[in-house]
Design a protein around this ligand. Structure first.
Ligand code: PMP
Ligand code: GLU
Length: 384
């Protein structure tokens, strides 16, 4: 019997579809996958070579649980420079981004606590909130507002039990980016109502219009903010499992306690390569963003030819989140597209109640796949 804690938590909707795609491909079915949110590019060579060097140098044992000092310093410097967050190496814990989320929930949430999050939002937030015994309080956002959450919307659901707010800009699954003014309003509210903020900035560099603003950069916010980010999306390094938490020292100490009892530390020989990623040449990162923008525009053009679909033009990340007007649940739509078009998308409902009647399309795949896959989708939609 699994624990009561786990019983009601569904498996990750994104990973479930990705596993199904792998199985079908293994069985010889030719699937175009718009499901998994991961860059299709290879990790840049300078980063891979740095990893090979550290392996050849025998850097294959435990590291300090908080991460090697050089990497903590590199993360602090880039965070101070890019995100305008006043931090030093002591404010950094090196840990996979998903692990950071999990440990923050276990370290800071008690049963009965409420956590506010935008609806739709990435699949794992609600799961970890529930695993920690706390309650997820969704704030529905609107297609017409580009799925942006505002301070007024947050204020409308605050109760005496509200402990934390989760923000994710650029957003998975909608690609929307929160403007500075909106974030400032939310920051003022959180200070006024004593709410902690978990700011998931993993798509911070994948931005096409507007700017990335870190909420921890506003006066009075550093002390109450967990800023998490990582290498997965920015440098096409999803398999490396490397990210970080930036927060006040006492938060780092609390979360590190969980790190010492779980993964101990991140993989040793990848950490010097992470220093190379952050401090080495950034041209491949910029090239990937240029490619993503081209793919976004191509996918939007092609989707606009499908009757019954509407889609916003997202400013960041690599997802589209179209709304459809067919009377069909998004789980069933995903199955229809898989069967009829051999195309994998993620059902919108996986991202929260407001995601129903939408689906997520990850365009982190080739222009050829985008053209072929959306062409097949068009034919499958015409049969509905
Ligand atoms: N946050 C968001 C919004 C994500 O989309 C992902 C995707 N993987 C993560 C966190 C976790 O990142 P990682 O796989 O690097 O742990
Ligand atoms: N974040 C990516 C996605 O949403 C990878 C899978 C996951 O971690 O959820 O597809």
């Amino acid at each position: 019997m699994v624990s009561k804690r786990l019983m009601d938590v569904p498996e990750s909707g994104t990973v479930a579809i990705a596993n199904l795609v792998s199985q079908l491909k293994h069985d010889g079915v030719n699937i175009v996958s718009f499901s998994m949110g991961e860059p299709d590019f290879d990790t840049p060579d300078n980063i891979k070579q740095a990893c090979v060097r550290s392996l050849n140098d025998g850097f294959t044992h435990y590291t300090p649980s908080t991460g090697i000092p050089e990497l903590r310093k590199a993360i602090a410097e880039t965070t101070a420079f890019n995100n305008k967050i006043k931090c030093t190496a002591k404010n950094v814990l090196v840990t996979p981004t998903k692990q950071a989320l999990f440990m923050i929930a276990l370290a800071y949430l008690d049963p009965g606590d409420e956590v506010i999050l935008p609806d739709p939002a990435w699949v794992s937030y609600e799961a970890v909130i529930r695993l920690a015994g706390a309650k997820a309080v969704y704030v529905p956002t609107r297609f017409e507002d580009n799925f942006r959450i505002t301070a007024d919307m947050v204020a409308s659901v605050i109760t005496p039990r509200t402990k934390m707010l989760i923000l994710n800009s650029p957003s998975n699954p909608t690609g929307s980016v929160l403007p500075r003014k909106t974030l400032k309003g939310i920051a003022d509210l959180c200070i006024d109502r004593n709410i902690m903020v978990l700011s998931d900035e993993i798509y911070e560099h994948i931005i096409y219009e507007g700017e990335h603003v870190s909420i921890a950069s506003f006066d009075g916010m550093f002390d109450r903010t967990f800023t998490i980010s990582g290498l997965s999306k920015t440098y096409a390094m999803t398999g490396w499992r490397l990210g970080w938490l930036v927060a006040p020292e006492k938060i780092i100490a609390a979360v590190n306690k969980l790190q010492t009892h779980s993964i101990t530390c991140c993989t040793s020989f990848t950490q010097p390569a992470a220093v190379e990623a952050l401090k080495g040449p950034q041209d491949s990162r910029k090239r990937m963003v240029t490619e993503f923008r081209k793919r976004r525009d191509l996918a939007l053009d092609l989707l606009s030819e499908i009757k019954g679909l509407e889609c916003n033009r997202p400013e960041g990340a690599f997802y589209l989140f179209p709304r459809y007007d067919h009377k069909m649940l998004s789980d069933d739509l995903a199955m229809h597209l898989m069967k009829e078009a051999h195309v994998a998308i993620t059902p919108g409902r996986s991202f929260g109640p407001a995601g129903e009647n939408h689906f997520r399309l990850s365009y982190a795949t080739s222009e050829k796949n985008i053209t072929e896959g959306i062409g097949s989708m068009k034919r499958a939609f015409s049969k509905l």
